[in-house]
Design a protein around this ligand. Structure first.
Ligand code: PMP
Length: 389
């Protein structure tokens, strides 16, 4: 039972006038937490000094890599999906139940960790072009892992469809009374609701409700929808701009900007490549998911970020701020800067640092290491592209 800290993470949304009682809950951190679940949520919101100075706006980032189970915002989602499944009797601890999931990595890592903590097995299906760190880590956590050849969502062998099928076939294969549970992060409401219940309220408290924009990428869309719903619907903050950060090759930018995901020629190209054409992992997608749809109407604008911009930003952040992040965090920071420059000086922009660079050493950061390094020249090119004089 992790209810003692749940007063903050799972409690009803905190209104601004409840600020005092919210800080009373924070004090509960001084007492021991119940298991690894107690390391989930309540991540710091940090000012990125170099970007704030460069833009003349305040760039704030939620350090989600500090979620201490699987080290990403997916800890919040995995915990909520498991708790909902338990409440519905779909998962029973220590019965041999297996959680099946299709994931590019982060959700699998969070599910595998919490499965260990709560008495389940985890079976993870992931595309075979993701960084090896992630599948190595999953194996160390005791999950079984299938790295699946990249296939379109219409194929029965797409990693999500494979996980769904394994879950459906579990009982037939095991015949020991254990059940299979398909977590289904892309379509499950428990995903965006985790952010509505925790990430959104935390950002609200940490900014005292004073933010002019929230900028985030979408993989499932859960973070974007949950936080946007909290700010705009629960808190009725109509002035906040919700901005999607989208990597090259994803269809979401066009959907937000122009109402369609791809032009016919782009669609054909995407079909041929069968995936989003980017080095960025975890965000950008070529289909509309329930989690994205849940909050789509709340999105005000989208920024498309090239891989090159993401490489430069990642290197800038480590060189100037000692912030070492993965590819999706870097995309978010590029889009946060671009968004900040559309707002008056002094505005506050909040974005998400999803995971650490250490999870991307063999792909994203390997590429950065191999690039020619021209020092601050490349950064001044990047910044001028983003509208900084
Ligand atoms: N960054 C990383 C590293 C991720 O793995 C994910 C989730 N796939 C995201 C960002 C995007 O989060 P969401 O699924 O809530 O859109």
């Amino acid at each position: 039972d992790d209810s003692h800290r749940g007063s903050l993470f799972w409690g009803s949304p905190v209104k601004l006038e409840d600020h005092e009682s919210a800080s009373a809950h924070v004090a509960a951190h001084d007492s021991p937490g119940e298991g690894i679940e107690a390391c989930i949520g309540n991540t710091p919101l940090i000012k990125i000094r170099s970007l704030s100075e460069a833009t003349g706006r305040t760039i704030l980032a939620k350090a989600e890599f500090l979620n201490g189970a699987g080290n990403s915002p997916k800890d919040r989602v995995a915990l909520n999906m498991i708790r909902e499944a338990e409440a519905q009797g779909l998962l029973v601890p220590h019965r041999g139940d297996t959680i099946y999931e299709g994931t590019v990595g982060s959700t699998g890592i969070s599910l595998a960790t919490l499965a260990r903590a709560k008495g389940y097995r985890a079976h993870i299906c992931m595309p075979d072009d993701m960084a090896m760190e992630k599948s190595d880590l999953l194996l160390q956590l005791g999950a079984t892992v299938e790295r699946v050849t990249v296939a379109p969502i219409t194929s029965p062998n797409h990693f999500v469809n494979l996980a769904r099928r394994h879950a459906a076939e579990h009982s037939e294969k095991h015949r020991d009374g254990s059940q299979g549970f398909f977590a289904n992060q892309f379509e499950s409401e428990a995903n965006w609701q985790a952010h509505l219940k925790s990430t959104g309220p935390e950002i609200w408290r940490q900014t005292n409700g004073e933010l002019d924009a929230f900028v985030a990428g979408a993989g499932t869309g859960g973070t974007m929808s949950g936080v946007a719903k909290y700010l705009k619907e629960e808190q009725k903050l109509s002035t906040v701009k919700i901005v999607l950060a989208d990597p090259q090759g994803s269809g979401l930018y066009n959907k937000v900007r122009h109402g369609v995901m791809y032009s016919p020629t782009e669609r054909e190209g995407t079909r041929r490549r069968q995936q989003v054409d980017t080095m960025v992992e975890g965000i950008g997608i070529t289909r509309l998911t329930q989690n994205f749809e849940a909050g789509r109407e709340l999105i005000d604008d989208a920024v498309r970020v090239t891989d090159e911009q993401a490489f430069y930003m990642a290197r800038w952040l480590v060189e100037h701020d000692g912030i070492f992040v993965g590819s999706s965090s870097s995309v978010n920071c590029v889009a946060a800067v671009a968004t900040a420059m559309t707002l008056p000086p002094g505005s506050q922009v909040v974005t998400i640092l999803c995971d650490s660079g250490s999870r991307h050493l063999s792909k994203f950061w390997k590429h950065i290491k191999e690039m020619d390094h021209t020092g601050d020249n490349e950064a001044s090119d990047l910044f001028s592209e983003l509208g900084i004089p």
